[in-house]
Design a protein around this ligand. Structure first.
Ligand SMILES: C[S@@+](CC[C@H](N)C(=O)[O-])C[C@H]1O[C@@H](n2cnc3c(N)ncnc32)[C@H](O)[C@@H]1O
Length: 193
């Protein structure tokens, strides 16, 4: 990230800080991880599409949407199951307060099911749904074919002993099909070969 890009991201993130009282600060990504996601999103070309699997309170979604160019769309895919239903309601309120709803499309449903009816091409995929090995693999297999060459994939909770399935999957597959970009905090990212 250049100094200029970093400065502009920091300014936008100050916007998030202004309404931090509406955010569940300790859930989801850290500020450092969020800024990195915002920077990855800023690499998506005009008119591009970003898909996030796992929205919860909407913290990562917000960083991504703030980082993305004006006409880039962010699909926030979440199943809204159980207690997460209420958290998703809070996420939508959060996006509204941040004035991000024009960029974000909320998609309620299971990732693999949603992918079945998806048509088109993705420039960035962020995987942060269920963290079991089989679930990560299913999310990746469902969406990775839509990622354009040079497109980005990112996983949260990589290198967290609690979620060995993510490390296993990235080592086995993603690191072979994507050129490593960075590991920032718990976010692993790569570019499609
Ligand atoms: C770890 S949280 C996401 C945190 C969020 N990215 C953040 O940083 O604020 C995981 C979310 O994934 C959702 N989820 C889990 N499995 C899913 C699936 N198969 N399809 C869609 N959403 C799923 C859950 O409802 C939950 O909201």
């Amino acid at each position: 990230m250049t100094a200029g890009e970093n400065k502009s991201m920091m300014m936008d993130i100050a916007k998030i800080a202004l309404i931090d009282e509406h955010s569940i600060k300790h859930w989801g990504v850290t500020d450092e991880e969020g800024r990195h996601l915002g920077w990855l999103a800023s690499q998506v070309p005009k008119g591009g599409l970003i898909v996030e699997i796992g929205t919860l309170y909407g913290r990562s979604t917000s960083f991504i949407a703030i980082g993305a160019k004006k006409d880039v769309r962010v699909y926030a895919v979440d199943c809204w199951e159980g207690t997460h239903y209420h958290r998703m309601i809070q996420a939508v309120e959060y996006f509204t307060k941040l004035d991000l709803m024009s960029k974000i499309k909320i998609i309620k449903g299971y990732s693999t099911k949603v992918a079945k009816s998806f048509k088109g091409s993705i420039d960035m995929l962020y995987i942060d749904g269920d963290h079991a090995y089989e679930s990560v693999k299913a999310d990746y297999n469902a969406w990775h074919p839509f990622i354009a060459k040079g497109g980005i994939v990112a996983f949260h909770d990589h290198v967290l002993p609690k979620y060995p399935g993510i490390v296993k999957f990235v080592t086995e597959r993603a690191s072979k099909e994507y050129e490593f970009i960075a590991q920032i905090g718990k976010v692993w990212s790569g570019k499609k070969k």
